[in-house]
Design a protein around this ligand. Structure first.
Ligand code: SME
Length: 159
């Protein structure tokens, strides 16, 4: 049984503990889908204020829905389209305070207001993007971004 109880009292501690828990969760398991599924579950139950957490995989130059927690979501996203597609095309983190102002934003869940997307890159190639959605405006700040970038690094060799 995995029973991670992460304190959410301060964000740097939360992300430090989350990265350590993530390391333990994916250590020794080479199956990418299993690791994405557990990673999405751990994030969703540990980080407050999220309504969606999960992955889109790079399948032949198109983003295809991977394991996630939250409401059913759009399945295929072209590179360059929406927040995830821009992250995939640029390989840059996208942190959006209000998705209604992001050109081409894809509204999978009408409740989503802010979004953070972290590209996961190995040997210069996009493996997947980690997508976090929140029903709160400007839910993600620089500390959240830094924390999830580190989670992405932990996952890089396990996806
Ligand atoms: N809103 C995203 C699409 C994915 S869902 O949020 C799960 C986007 O614009 O890329």
């Amino acid at each position: 049984m995995y029973d991670f109880k992460l304190s959410t009292t301060d964000k740097p501690t939360l992300y430090r503990d989350l990265a350590a828990a993530m390391e333990g969760l994916v250590a020794g398991e080479p199956d990418a889908i299993a690791n994405m599924a557990n990673a999405a579950a751990l994030i969703f139950e540990s980080v407050p204020g999220l309504n969606w957490a999960g992955f889109y995989r790079n399948v032949g130059g198109e983003l295809v829905l991977g394991p996630f927690q939250g409401r059913p979501a759009c399945i295929r996203i072209p590179f360059g389209t929406g927040v995830c597609g821009v992250a995939a095309a640029t390989l840059e983190v996208q942190r959006v305070d209000d998705v209604s102002k992001f050109p081409g934003h894809i509204a999978c869940d009408g409740a989503s207001v802010s979004e953070l997307v972290v590209p996961i890159v190995r040997d210069g190639r996009l493996i997947a993007v980690l997508d976090l959605d929140s029903p709160h405006k400007a839910r993600f700040d620089a500390v959240d971004e830094d924390g999830f970038v580190k989670i992405g690094i932990v996952l890089t060799t396990r996806l």
